[in-house]
Ligand binder design. Structure first.
Ligand code: HEM
Length: 425
């Protein structure tokens, strides 16, 4: 489907990754909010059907009731009919913070929270600014770059890898493996699959599995190494942590590393690159921001609302229940579409307007409730510092070619973003 084609309710298939890659998903969500706020995506050959939530209020209801809507059976839209079709990442259902239910979720969250308090985040600002400046030094003389590869991906990667105590030489591998796991459906990242087989469901599954296994192999080595020599890093901290009087198991620690490296870099990367694209597309708002950088905190919130870097999270009903009068049966999956609820006309006045001073701005880009994003403080800080430094140094930065989006229903990603600016001599 092309941007010129008029979309109708009958055309909308939220399992279709190209809907998101083409940028038509916002139009699809607008139609769904108006015409079918709780829609059912029927089962396909190998995957079960699921409910789609596109209204803000419905996502609040689900997120605030983990006793009814469970994360333990997976947080993505796909649930295979045959358990053998499950991906390696699905083995982590029930084992990662993000796929746990209370009471274990609450206890583990309390344990790891220390590293993510507002004070811990604020203490990182000078370090984050230093990394950002160094990255901009790297492109300054060139006058052009791929903003995703050279800048937007590198800041969150450096921050999370630094927190986990990973050596610089391993960062490119982490970038590559994150792309394989979270961008498994995109042919560009299906590099382990023969070229003529890329773009298929099988290629996506193989890519995701390969990325997950390689990631585990890497972190298993890191863990072994920390057990012998503790360092000042998050992995060492986890090795010495206890939950209910027991040490965390190796498996617990490995799944936590897996979650952190994925959640910590891919999402913020897209907040930064998606934010820059939003500002390119709204020159008056961009000019307002560049004229008064004190507007940055509210601009970052509006970027988060507008971009919604995580496209969905899912839950499974533990009992028969109801949302908006629709019966949801025990065992059925509900998918919360964040870009849809973040433009809900019933909540945000002039919801389709990008407004960097929007107040209040209670977007749900980081989710809400028990599983509210652990790294939200870091993500906000990285985005703010990046835009402050970028516009101070390259005020005339502009688009220099086509924006290439990720083929994914889970991450609102940008793979390539060519830009140009006046080079520094
Ligand atoms: C713009 C950037 C980011 C966005 C949009 C984002 C989005 C989200 C969302 C929507 C959830 C909620 C999951 C749910 O309700 O099921 C979440 C949870 C989580 N995020 Fe983020 N995230 C971002 C950055 C980060 C960063 C930088 C880190 C780590 C440093 C991080 C770590 C986590 C973790 C560990 C969870 C699970 C929390 C729990 O289950 O208690 N995120 N994130």
């Amino acid at each position: 489907m092309t941007a010129e084609t008029a979309l109708t309710l009958a055309d909308i298939n939220l399992n279709d990754e190209t809907l998101f890659e083409s940028g038509l998903s916002h139009e699809a969500f607008r139609i769904l909010r108006r015409e079918n706020p709780i829609s059912w995506t029927p089962a396909e050959e190998r995957i079960k059907g699921h409910w789609n939530l596109v209204k803000y209020e419905d996502v609040l209801q689900v997120s605030r009731h983990p006793e009814i809507f469970s994360s333990e059976r997976g947080i993505v839209q796909y649930e295979p009919i045959n358990p053998e079709d499950a991906t390696q990442a699905a083995n982590g259902n029930g084992k990662m913070l993000i796929t746990m239910d209370p009471p274990r979720h609450v206890k583990l969250r309390r344990l790891v929270n220390k590293g993510f308090t507002p004070r811990a985040v604020a203490a990182m600002e000078p370090h984050i600014r230093q990394i950002t400046r160094k990255l901009l030094d790297g492109i300054a003389a060139k006058g052009e770059c791929d903003f995703v590869l050279d800048v937007a991906s590198q800041l969150p990667l450096a921050v999370i890898c630094g927190m986990m105590g990973l050596e610089d030489k391993d960062w490119p591998l982490m970038f590559q493996l994150t792309n394989k796991v979270l961008g498994a459906g995109d042919p560009e990242y299906q590099t382990d699959v023969p070229e003529d087989q890329r773009g298929t469901d099988e290629a996506a599954r193989a890519t995701g599995n390969m990325g997950t296994m390689q990631m585990f192999g890497f972190f298993a080595q890191q863990l072994m190494n920390r057990k012998e020599h503790r360092r000042e890093d998050l992995i060492s901290l986890l090795v010495d942590s206890e939950l209910d009087g027991d040490r965390l198991s190796d498996e617990d620690i490995l799944w936590f590393c897996f979650l952190l490296i994925l959640a910590g870099n891919e999402t913020t990367r897209n907040g930064i690159s998606g934010g820059l694209v939003s500002l390119f597309e709204h020159p008056a708002e961009r000019a307002r921001l560049q004229a008064d950088m004190s507007l940055m905190p509210s601009a970052v919130e509006e970027i988060l609302r507008w971009v919604s870097p995580v496209t969905h999270m899912a839950r499974v009903a533990l009992e028969d229940t109801e949302i908006r009068g629709q019966r949801i049966a025990q065992g059925e999956r509900v998918v919360m579409w964040y870009p849809a609820v973040n433009r809900d006309e019933d909540v945000f006045p002039q919801a389709q307007r990008f407004d960097i001073t929007r107040t209040p701005n209670d977007h749900l880009a980081f989710g809400i409730g028990e599983h509210f994003c652990l790294g939200a403080g870091f993500a906000r800080l990285e985005m703010r510092v990046m835009f402050e430094e970028l516009f101070t140094r390259f005020p005339d930065i502009e688009l220099n070619g086509p924006v290439e989006r990720l083929r994914s229903t889970f991450i609102g990603g940008i793979k390539h973003l060519p830009v140009r600016f006046s080079p520094e001599r």
